[in-house]
Design a protein around this ligand. Structure first.
Ligand SMILES: CC(C)(COP(=O)(O)OP(=O)(O)OC[C@H]1O[C@@H](n2cnc3c(N)ncnc32)[C@H](O)[C@@H]1OP(=O)(O)O)[C@@H](O)C(=O)NCCC(=O)NCCS
Length: 140
């Protein structure tokens, strides 16, 4: 029988596991600045919007989410390869979107690499529209 998958808030003890999840996921740029300290800072500013998915005690997926009162942003969505295509990514997105909207923010964005075709199909399946009228300007 398949183990029940449940979503919960991200705990401090999960930070090193999250970084490993992103490094192993493919298509996620894990930078030197993605440290447990930075993660803790982000989550303390956005305590209710990010989620991890667990199979028992095993962390098998996660999404970082937050907003600045104007727009919501979703980051670093990943599901462990063995658990993909079972609706877990969708559950994580729905939970994060509901949490952001419950805080009064309706506009929600996610950056997706142009060569990540699976993610593009995924976001479209989640009813996100691809914007082709914008460039993303960034200080990196
Ligand atoms: C993108 C990712 C999070 C999707 O997670 P998931 O749990 O497999 O997604 P779901 O099972 O909820 O899939 C929802 C829909 O997305 C699409 N989709 C998901 N995986 C797909 C694949 N391999 N090929 C084509 N479409 C796919 C389908 O439309 C699917 O709906 P369906 O099951 O009814 O066909 C996962 O593939 C992943 O971790 N990828 C590596 C990291 C990454 O690229 N993150 C996104 C950064 S923007």
């Amino acid at each position: 029988m398949r183990q029940t998958i449940f979503l919960d808030s991200i705990k401090e003890a999960d930070y090193p596991k999250l970084i490993k999840l992103w490094e192993a996921a493919g298509n996620i740029s894990v930078r030197q600045t993605d440290t447990p300290e930075v993660l803790g800072h982000f989550l303390s500013r956005n305590p209710k919007c990010s989620y991890a998915a667990y199979a028992g005690t095993r962390l098998i997926g996660a999404i970082l989410a937050g907003h600045d009162g104007w727009r919501g942003h979703l980051y670093h969505l990943a599901v462990k390869p063995d658990y993909r295509e079972r609706g877990i990514g969708t559950r994580l997105v729905n939970a994060a979107v509901s949490a952001i909207k419950s805080e009064g923010v309706e506009k929600i964005h996610c950056l997706v690499k142009r060569d990540n075709l699976i993610a593009q199909q995924f976001w479209e399946a989640c009813s996100f529209d691809q914007r082709d009228d914008l460039f993303d300007y960034a200080l990196l």
